[in-house]
Design a protein around this ligand. Structure first.
Ligand SMILES: NC(=O)c1ccc[n+]([C@@H]2O[C@H](COP(=O)([O-])OP(=O)(O)OC[C@H]3O[C@@H](n4cnc5c(N)ncnc54)[C@H](O)[C@@H]3O)[C@@H](O)[C@H]2O)c1
Length: 479
C-alpha cells in the first residue's frame, strides 16, 4: 500500500556524461525504479561531464537505495552523494527561542534584565496571577512526554521522542500562535512524572501530555488535572476524540443517519479508543461496543484496570460477547484505533447499509481503505494519502489557543464537545460529501473556529479565576 511520499525524500548528486538524452535517461531510470521526481537541477556543466541534483520521493529507505542503484547502473553515471531531505530538515532542531524585546543599549538591558526586571519580579511575588500578564506564561505550554508511545514506534525513550515533540511545538506555533516547548522526561515512573510536571508548571499556562503509554496516561492526566490550576490535555486521547467525533457527525450527515440510531463498534480501548468512547457517549449513540485484543469488552471480564472497568460499564448495553467479527455484524459505524489489517472485507459487508468505517491505526489501517470502500459509504483513515484524514492537528492548536485566550484553569468535556462541533461545522453543507467530512488542516478557519468555541465554553473573553485580578502596578499596562 506504500506510495512514494515526501517522508522518504532524497536528493542525489549525480555526475553523468553530457548527451542530448542525458536528462531523459536519468529521469527514466528513477521513474522505472518507482521514484517520483520532484526536482532536477544542473549544478555544474563542462564539455565532458555534467553534475545534476535529482530530488525524488521514495517509499522507504530501501526503496531510496534501489533508486540510487538504478542510476549507478547507467553507463558512465555515478551517484556521488545522497542527502535525505527529511534528516536535513531536522539538523540542529526545528524550533528556537527568540527575544521579543530590543537589547541594543544599556537602557534596554536595564529594563529587560536587571535592575528593572526586579520590580516586575516583585510585582509577581505580590500577585502571582500577574505572571500571566508579565511573562511567557501567558502564551506558553509544555509538551510533556516520557517517550513510551511515540507515533507507532512504541517505547523509544525521551531523546528519540524529541524530534516528534519539536514538530508538535512547531505545529502549535504555525496553526495557532501558541508557544509550546518540548519537555521529554527521563523517567517512566508515574509518580516521578506527576511530581516533575507539578514542579515545572509555574512557567506554563497549559500542559499537553503526549505519547505517554496507556494505562499510565489516564492516571497521570487525572492526577495532574486535580493538582494543577492550568488545563492538562492528553492529545493522544482528547485530540483524537475531538477529530473523530467531528468527522463522525459529518459522516452521519452524509449518510443521513442520527447518532441515536447508530450502533458503533470501537476497536482499541487504549489511549485513543477510551477517550473516543467517552466523548461519543455525550452524543448519545444507540450503543457502543468496545473491542480490544482480547475480544469484545464485557462487564464480567477478569483483571480489568480502572479505565477498562469504566469502559465496560459504559458500553455494550446488550451484553454481547465474542470477537470483532461478532461485534461488527449489523453495526452502523466502525472506529478502529487498534492494529493493522484486523478488519476483513466480509466484516464490512456484514455492517448495516450506508456503513461508516474509520480505520485509523497508523501507519497501516485496520483495513485497506480501498477494500472498505467496496461496502462502506464513508471511509476515513489516519493517512495523508487518502481522503478524510483524521489528523489531531485539526484540534490541538485551536484547543490550546482557546484555553489560553480564556486564561482557563481547567479543561472540561463541554469544551471538547464544543471543539468537535466547531470543527465539524467548518465543513459547510455545500462542501460536505463522502470524501470531505473533515476540513483541510490548512483551512485557516479550523484553528480560529475551534479556539473560539473552546474559549467561549471556558467562559470566553472573561479572565477566569485569579487572572481577572490585576495589581495596582499593572493598572495602566495594556494587553
Ligand atoms: N489521528 C489518528 O488517526 C490516530 C490518533 C490516535 C491513535 N491512532 C492510532 O490508533 C492506534 C492505537 O493508538 P493508542 O494510542 O490508543 O494505542 P494504545 O496502545 O493505547 O491502545 C491500543 C489498543 O488496541 C488494542 N489492540 C491491539 N491489537 C489489537 C488487535 N489485534 N485487535 C483488536 N484490538 C487490538 C489494544 O488491546 C489496545 O486496547 C495506533 O495505531 C495509533 O497510531 C490514530
Amino acid at each position: 500500500m506504500a506510495v512514494p511520499g515526501p517522508g522518504y525524500s532524497i536528493t542525489m548528486r549525480v555526475s553523468a556524461p553530457p548527451s542530448a538524452t542525458v536528462a531523459g535517461d536519468l529521469t527514466t531510470a528513477v521513474g522505472q525504479a518507482g521514484g517520483v521526481i520532484t526536482g532536477f537541477d544542473v549544478v555544474e556543466s563542462a564539455n565532458d561531464a555534467m553534475v545534476v541534483d535529482i530530488s525524488a520521493n521514495a517509499q522507504s529507505e530501501d526503496h531510496a537505495e534501489q533508486i540510487t542503484e538504478a542510476l549507478n547502473a547507467l553507463d558512465g553515471v555515478q551517484v556521488r552523494k545522497v542527502s535525505d531531505r527529511t534528516f536535513l530538515v531536522h539538523l540542529g532542531g526545528k524550533i528556537e527561542v527568540q527575544s521579543k524585546v530590543p537589547l541594543r543599549t544599556r537602557d534596554d538591558l536595564s529594563r529587560a534584565y536587571t535592575p528593572g526586571v526586579a520590580r516586575v519580579s516583585m510585582a509577581i511575588a505580590k500577585n502571582p496571577d500577574d505572571a500571566r500578564r508579565l511573562t511567557i506564561k501567558r502564551n506558553t505550554i509544555a509538551v510533556v512526554t516520557d517517550g513510551t508511545a511515540v507515533l507507532g514506534l512504541g517505547d523509544i525513550g525521551p531523546a528519540a521522542a524529541l524530534p516528534v515533540m519539536e514538530g508538535k511545538a512547531a505545529l502549535f506555533k504555525r496553526f495557532a500562535g501558541v508557544d509550546a516547548w518540548p519537555v521529554c522526561l527521563d523517567t517512566t515512573d508515574t509518580e516521578e512524572i506527576i511530581r516533575t510536571v507539578q514542579l515545572l508548571a509555574p512557567v506554563y499556562a497549559g500542559i499537553n501530555l503526549e505519547d505517554i503509554s496507556a494505562p499510565r496516561c489516564f492516571e497521570i492526566e487525572a492526577r495532574l488535572r486535580e493538582m494543577l490550576d492550568i488545563p492538562v490535555f492528553h492529545d493522544d486521547q482528547h485530540g483524537t476524540a475531538i477529530v473523530v467525533v467531528a468527522a463522525l457527525r459529518n459522516a452521519l450527515r452524509v449518510v443521513g443517519k442520527d447518532m441515536s440510531d447508530c450502533k458503533i463498534v470501537v476497536s482499541g480501548v487504549g489511549a485513543a479508543g477510551s477517550a473516543i468512547i467517552r466523548l461519543l457517549l455525550h452524543n448519545k449513540p444507540k450503543d457502543i461496543v468496545a473491542v480490544d485484543i482480547n475480544g469484545i469488552v464485557t462487564r464480567d471480564r477478569a483483571n480489568m484496570d480502572t479505565n477498562m472497568a469504566q469502559i465496560a460499564e459504559l458500553t455494550n448495553a446488550d451484553g454481547a460477547a465474542g470477537k470483532l467479527s461478532d461485534a461488527i455484524a449489523g453495526a452502523d459505524v466502525f472506529i478502529g484505533v487498534s492494529a493493522p489489517n484486523i478488519l476483513t472485507e466480509a466484516d464490512v459487508a456484514s455492517m448495516n447499509s450506508d456503513a461508516v468505517v474509520f480505520a485509523l491505526a497508523n501507519p497501516d489501517p485496520e483495513i485497506d481503505p480501498l477494500l472498505a470502500q467496496q461496502h462502506a459509504a464513508v471511509v476515513a483513515t489516519g493517512r495523508s494519502d487518502y481522503p478524510n484524514q483524521i489528523n489531531n492537528v485539526l484540534a490541538f492548536p485551536g484547543v490550546f489557543r482557546g484555553l489560553l485566550d480564556a486564561q482557563a484553569h481547567k479543561i472540561t468535556d463541554e469544551m471538547l464537545l464544543a471543539a468537535a462541533e466547531a470543527l465539524a461545522d467548518v465543513v459547510s453543507p455545500d462542501q460536505l460529501n463522502s470524501s470531505y467530512i473533515v476540513p483541510s488542516v490548512f483551512d485557516e478557519k479550523v484553528a480560529t473556529s475551534v479556539a473560539r468555541a473552546v474559549s467561549s465554553a471556558a467562559g470566553g473573553g472573561t479572565k477566569t479565576g485569579g487572572g481577572a485580578k490585576e495589581s495596582a502596578l499593572l493598572s495602566d499596562v495594556r494587553d
